[in-house]
Unconditional design. Structure first.
Length: 293
């Protein structure tokens, strides 16, 4: 009855009291239809006449029957009230790019007809109410009302029920770009002397490829690479942990002259060639086949 009064008070502001008085007979089971006499009903309506509180559907027992995904879309649902109606948020898209996904969702404008697409660069701009409010205001031209935490949780639960994951086109993710450049490095020109090794050409020795990290990173940057050296190193260690990848402080190019040694080459990456070829990226592996048919 309490939640029914909240509803009819918003929808029928002039006749809500009479509707509350009619509710027991209209909606209660027959054995409970007369549970509240006229005095009880008058007492309740007088009390509720001064009340501006919202629904209690986050509390038991009504919470067990709440249809949040439907209620949040209704004009007089849980998000309606004295602070204004919270807009309907739908069609959440998780754009699954690395290392941090971005998000989009649709918001219904105050006229109830128009919609706008809201873009969020981080998950915090979806889950944090104030950041989400700023994103909506920027994209749709109006600031939603501030709502209480339980109501905001209802908004998010309904929104995440609509989530779809969008993968970037094949070959465009950072993981794939890194793999492409690394594959080209390992299968590219081989260092035939110490000078070539120091200039960045790859050294093949005992099934492992060795190359200078800074020269490799320069090649990545020429491919519109957006990540710093430290983050790139972490990505390589994570993606190729099964390839015995190591970041060596130095590596000497082997000398063919007895008792003569080349000076060390600094900051060298070492990776197993055989294990690298077994790494599966989103590409079709045939794209990396070096054999000539």
């Amino acid at each position: 009855m309490y939640n029914y009064h909240v509803f009819v008070k918003m929808k029928y502001p002039d006749t809500w009291e009479q509707k509350v008085k009619n509710a027991p007979v209209k909606y209660f089971a027959r054995e409970h239809a007369n549970a509240w006499d006229d005095n009880k009903l008058k007492q309740k309506t007088r009390s509720w006449n001064r009340s501006e509180k919202g629904y209690t559907c986050n509390q038991s027992p009504i919470s067990d029957f709440c249809k949040k995904g439907i209620c949040v879309k209704k004009k007089f649902g849980i998000l309606a009230g004295s602070k204004g109606q919270y807009p309907v948020l739908t069609n959440l898209r998780k754009i699954d790019i690395e290392p941090d996904p971005e998000y989009e969702f649709d918001v219904t404008k105050p006229d109830g007809i128009g919609k706008a697409t809201v873009h969020c660069k981080t998950i915090e701009h979806v889950t944090d109410q104030r950041k989400r409010r700023n994103s909506i205001a920027k994209a749709a031209g109006f600031p939603p009302p501030i709502i209480k935490a339980p109501e905001d949780q209802t908004v998010l639960e309904a929104l995440f029920q609509t989530q779809k994951i969008i993968n970037p086109p094949v070959g465009t993710s950072p993981k794939e770009k890194l793999h492409d450049v690394l594959h080209a490095k390992i299968n590219g020109p081989k260092a035939m002397n110490d000078a070539a090794f120091k200039s960045g050409t790859v050294l093949i020795e005992d099934g492992y490829a060795y190359f200078k990290f800074d020269k490799f990173y320069d090649k990545l940057k020429s491919k519109n690479w957006k990540h710093g050296e430290d983050k790139t190193g972490v990505m390589m260690k994570t993606n190729y942990k099964h390839c015995d990848i190591q970041f060596l402080e130095q590596k000497r190019y082997p000398s063919t002259i007895k008792n003569k040694y080349n000076t060390p080459t600094k900051n060298v990456v070492c990776i197993s060639i055989e294990n690298f070829e077994d790494i599966k990226i989103n590409h079709n592996k045939l794209l990396h086949n070096t054999e000539i048919m």
